[in-house]
Structure formats: C-alpha cells, structure tokens
Design a protein around this ligand. Sequence first.
Ligand code: MN
Ligand code: MN
Length: 308
Amino acid sequence: MSEVYIIGHKSPDTDSICAAIAYANYKRITGENPAAKAARAGEINPETEYVLKNFGIDVPELLKNAEGKKLILVDHNEFQQIVDGAEKAEIIEVLDHHRIEFKLANPIFFHTEPVGSTSTLVAEKYFDKGVKLDKKMAGIMLAAILSDTVVFKSPTSTNRDKKVADKLAKIVGVDPQKFGVEVKKAKASLEGKSAKDIIHSDFKDYTFGGKKVGVGQVEIVDINEAISRKREILKEMERMTTQEGYDMIFMMLTDIIEEGTELLVVGDMDSSVTKKAFNAELKDNSVYIKGMMSRKKQVIPPLEKTIS
Ligand code: MN
Ligand code: MN
C-alpha cells in the first residue's frame, strides 16, 4: 500500500503538526488507513517544539514537495497554504476548521466544522469510536487546542473545544488552564532573545502625518520577565530613533494571560501622543493598558488619528 501523508499548512503551527500526528495515529490504529504517516510543510515553531519534546514525540517528516503523493490535509484547505507540489498530488481527504476555499474535480472526504482547532475534531473521532488514547496523543491534542484557542480566550473558541480539552486533560493528568500557560510560555518567553530580537519579532512601519512610526508587538505570559527587560528594550528603541530615522516607536508587550499591554514609547511628543491616543499617562516611557490586545484594532487607529 502506498503511503498517505497527513499534513497541515505551510508555516505550521502547533495545531497543524499535532492534528497531523494524532490523526495519522488514529488512521493506523483503526485500520482506516494503515499507511497513514504524519508530515509537515515547514519548520516547527518553538511552541510546537516544546510540546513534542514534553510528550516525547518525534518531529514529523518534512515534505518539501508533494508531487505524486497521496495527501490528507488537516488544519487548512486553501491552495496557497498547501505544501508545494500539491497540484500534482492526490488529495484524498480534508479535515479542517477554516473557511472553505477548496475545489477539486473528484469527490473526496471533506470535513470542516466551526470549532477552535482541528485537534478538537481529531480527538472527537477517538472518543466517538472508543479508540484508546494514551497520554502522549491526548497531550499533543490538548496542547494544540489550547494553542489555537489561546487558552479558550480567542473568539473562535467553542464549548466543544472546552469539553474535549477537559477530557484530554484528565487523561494527561494536568489542569488545562495551567498547562495552557506553559504551552503559551514556550512561544512567549523572552529568554535567550536580545532586545533587538524582541522588538523585531513582529514589527511594522507606518507613516502618519509625515512621521515615521514603528509599532512592534510581542506576546508575553510573564509580565515581570518583560518588565525586567524594559530598560534594555527602551535603549534599543532610542537607538532606532536616533540612527534609523524613526520619529516615534511603540512597543507592545502584550500579556495574553492577563489580557493587557505594557506599552513602551520613545520619540517625539511621546507623552502627549500617548495621553491623547490611549488616555494613558507614561511613566518612565511606559504604561500598562488593561484590555489592549490588538495592534490592528486598538493601537493603529487612535495613533493615526492623533499623529496625522
Ligand atoms: Mn493552523
Ligand atoms: Mn487550527
């Protein structure tokens, strides 16, 4: 029997990797597809690396080109996101939780539902069929659900995700909230990153009223760790204003657990702009703003209005 690769999207996240591993395991155990094999369409991120290591599971094989292969897609269905060579592969099934942007000449198994993660759907298959789940498989699916739903805080999270996660957490023997923080920490830790790395992990340039403005954001789970790095980050931001021509730089240290942002600001009129845009008082070039999570929705519009 020829191999069937179960694979998630390019730039894989924890759900894409863990759903592929757990679904391949399910296919083999149930005999639905004894030749099922998990694969990945790119490098894994630090969060996924932490999860796999934690449960002693090998990183799936990297599939650089899927030409001539049989594929089951998990966690995606849009063609731009599918592994290279997919147009010359045979897609036999899709299991996903995203909007549908898919078309194929042949009939295939196509299963999508509006839940918070693909791993929720995979776990439900195990439960529905009464397939035995060990700690490893339960653990990686739990981690994927917690990752995709941002520990149930994302608007995409549903009751089904919560219910499935609770069942998986019992098998693993962890508290889902606490374990969720551990998983998120792996990605959000500032450890080993320079101030420059932190600023540039997600940094965007804007021009407002002829001013060059930079706004960076980093997800954190430990506000104290972030605050202990504040001096260093501000120093690098100041260097960027003098040497790289920025008029103002805003750096969002966003605490995804407490749901708020420590906002660091340097540059022209930093205090007056921050006061006007966010109704917040800077102290030592920073201020904590409760509820601030989104650069796109909560930071850019008021900044543009104030600076322009
Ligand atoms: Mn994904
Ligand atoms: Mn997903």
